[in-house]
Design a protein around this ligand. Sequence first.
Ligand code: ADP
Length: 222
Amino acid sequence: MDSSVPVAIVMIGPPGSGKGTQSSKLSAFLGIPKISTGDILRQVASGSSRNSEEIRAIMETGGLVPDSILADLVTSRLSEPDCKKGFILDGYPRNIDQAIFLESLLQVKNYKLLVVEIAVPEDVLLKRVTGRFSCRVCGAIYNKYFLRPRNEKICDQCGSADFAYRSDDNELVVRERLREYTLQTLPVLDYYKAKHLLVSVDGNRSLDEVYDELTCHLSKVL
Ligand code: ADP
C-alpha cells in the first residue's frame, strides 16, 4: 500500500448493508479515521445548536438532511489534522450534488478517491435494520433475528443490561430510508462507475467474508 498518497475511501450502501461496521474495521486496519455523517448528525441533533431541531425532525422520518448543512459539517471535519493521511467516509455523499461537492473538496487536498459499494437485497436489509439494537454502555451491536446476546438480557461484551434501538430503525422509517437510497444514492453509484472509481462488494454474506473481499480489492488499488 502506498502510504505517501492520502486516500479518501467512500463507503456506499443502503441502511443495514453493514457499511458502518466495515468502515470501522477498515479504519482500524488502515490507521485513518472513519467519518460517519449519520453519527455526526445524531450528535448535532441531540444538542441544542441552531440546526438541532430541524435535523432531528428530518432524521426521524428517514429523509435527507439539507446539503448545505452536510457541506459545512463535512468541510470542517475533513480539515481536522487526523484526516491528513486519509479518511473513510461512511454515509456521504448520498446524492449527486454531495458527490460533486466532495470532489471539489478533494481536488484542493489532492486525495486519491476510491468508492466501495456494499450491495444487499432489500428483504435482508429490512430484517437487519428493524432487528438491530446495541448496548448503551459499550456499543456492541446485536440483532433480534440474526445475533442475539447469549443471555437474552445481558450484553456479551460488557455485562450491561441496558440496550437501545435507534429511533429511525422502525419499519416505516426504514422503508423511507431505502426509498431515499434508491432515488438519491443509486445515481451516485452510476456517477462513480462512469469514472471507474467504483468497487462493488456482495454484502449478503458474513461480516468477515465481506471484509476479506473488501481488503482484497483495496490492496490492488491502494
Ligand atoms: P443508514 O445508512 O443506516 O441510513 P446513517 O447513520 O448513515 O444510517 O444515517 C442516518 C440518517 O442521517 C439518514 O437517514 C439521514 O437522515 C441522515 N444523513 C446521514 N448522512 C447524510 C447525508 N450525507 N445527507 C443527508 N442526510 C444524511
